[in-house]
Write a protein that binds this ligand. Sequence first.
Ligand code: MN
Length: 313
Amino acid sequence: MASLTSLNETGKVVLMLPKRRKNMKKLIEKIVTNSGKPHMVGDGFRVFNYIPGAGIPQERISPFLLLDFNPEYDFGPSNHLRGVGVHPHKGFETVTIAYKGSVAHHDSTGSHGIINSGDVQWMTAGDGILHKEYHEEAFSKKGGPFEMVQLWVNLPKKHKSVTPHYQELTAAGMGKIELADGAGEVNVIAGTFNGTAGPAETYSPVNLIDLKLNEGAEINTSISAGHNTALLVVNGSVEVNGEIATEHNFVLFANEGEEINIKANQKSVVLLLSGEPLNEPIVSYGPFVMNTEEEIHQAITDFNMGKFGVLED
Ligand code: MN
């Protein structure tokens, strides 16, 4: 590596500043085109796992720990409420994005919510929580298209023991940008997109952006090279910085360059996510994500002692 200072011909010390590559196109590290087989989470979520399952380690995509995608699927009408019964979480946040269908949530803090198309549940498990998540009753009875993403966002070490809480983010409350000429809309869930902020409160810098693009729409944005950045093509087909990403593809950007250009080759829905890496050890055991083995043992003990509260099935 070259020294940052050197003597020029007149003997003066010259400071050699590293070249700042600004406004450079963000490089693409890989495009995941095959995310394997779906698996069931409980009996209500038929998901493909992209993080970490598609070869994207949690450390590489920090602060995101998990991304499960339930592409559109009709479970059919049911009197039984499909979903996942009471289970714990600790040390991170679960974020459920509803594209189609309705999901209900209950947790041991007494929070309860129902999300429909365009809404988001942002649950901070923090110090430990019990919750259950399942198809909302009227939706279950009727059946119909169901399409969801669940994302796990890690908490920085200093916030892992925050009091558990729940943010219900409605479609109407998202940061909104209408694209010119009816080309589509941008819903900012968390962080900012081209200056528009979203409603979610986060514990580290995170951008979570829902892009609804009509055929021919084009958007440009800039995200710091230091952020781990990716996007999921929920529907449709797009060109991302010159490369084609088709339906259900997952694009992982390199940590080089800032500028992102997305063109919709057809009507498309894209989830764009980025976050500042936490650079802290990740030790996980099922629904507990801490920094050390010892903290995991403590989490299991606390859970077994009933410290996560009470929630009926
Ligand atoms: Mn859960």
